[in-house]
Ligand binder design. Structure first.
Ligand code: PGA
Length: 250
């Protein structure tokens, strides 16, 4: 995966039994048949990572996890380490998704340690940040995201081992999206913050939150938007391919 190539990543969240693998195979078949202007990734539940890696082999589809524990191993019942995901064939892991931050009380500090764990295991860390509806209304979007970036992105983050996903919490699963200009302003701020770091030039910054085939072209055309992190619309092959089509080469 080249750091500068856009990425469309699907986050299946807690959706998908074994039967969902057929949908992923359809995505893989259609993806490999295209003139690809972007990379594509699916992050299934951990239960499907290994099977998915096998079923999409050769299609160009990358496979990622949705979360990992900061430690490599130990007495952490029910948790999964980055090393375990790498062992299954994953090449990336999402950390700090707002549903993890919200449902499991994950702080920026924990998210940073999870990103470090991903790097330790040789995985790309997809670090999520984003403001809540209340913070947005209070005009705090940029300072909130800037603080999350400063605290959640580890020192060793480079364009090769880290991807940032800007996901406004209020836009996730709601059908609402920020305007293209709003997205651009936040992405430019993230770019500016990362520009002070060694080897971070060209780091991919994805937008996530109610991306679908209808709005992808508009959102993805915003400056400093290097792809999408997609939830609901990644579950159906046609919907997901419709988003990837925003990057079809003419
Ligand atoms: P959504 O989810 O596309 O269903 O809004 C995005 C995400 O949570 O990554």
């Amino acid at each position: 995966m080249q750091p500068t190539r856009p990425l469309v990543a699907g986050n299946w969240k807690m959706n998908g039994l074994s039967s969902a693998l057929d949908e992923a195979v359809r995505i893989g078949e259609m993806f490999s048949a295209r003139r690809r202007g972007c990379d594509a990734m699916i992050c299934p539940p951990a239960t499907l990572v290994k099977a998915l890696v096998g079923r999409v082999a050769g299609s160009g589809i990358l496979v990622g996890g949705q979360d990992c524990h900061p430690a490599a191993k130990g007495a952490h019942t029910g948790d999964i380490s980055a090393e375990m995901l790498a062992d299954l064939g994953a090449s990336a892991v999402i950390v700090g998704h707002s549903e993890r931050r919200g449902d499991h009380g994950e702080s920026d500090e924990i998210v940073r340690r999870k990103a470090e764990a991903a790097h330790r295991a040789g995985l790309i860390a997809i670090i999520c940040v984003g403001e809540t509806a209340g913070q947005r209304t209070a005009g705090l979007t940029v300072p909130v995201v800037a603080r999350q970036i400063r605290r959640s992105v580890p020192d060793g983050a480079t364009a090769a081992n880290t991807i940032i996903a800007y996901e406004p919490v209020w836009a996730i699963g709601s059908g609402m999206t920020p305007t293209r200009l709003d997205v651009m302003i936040v992405h430019q701020e993230i770019r500016r913050l990362m520009s002070g770091r060694a080897d971070a030039a060209g780091m991919r910054i994805l937008y996530g939150g109610s991306v679908n085939a209808g709005n992808a072209r508009d959102l993805m055309s915003a400056e400093d938007v290097d792809g999408a992190l997609v939830g609901g619309a990644s579950l159906k092959a046609d919907d997901f391919l419709g988003i990837i089509a925003a990057y079809d080469e003419a």
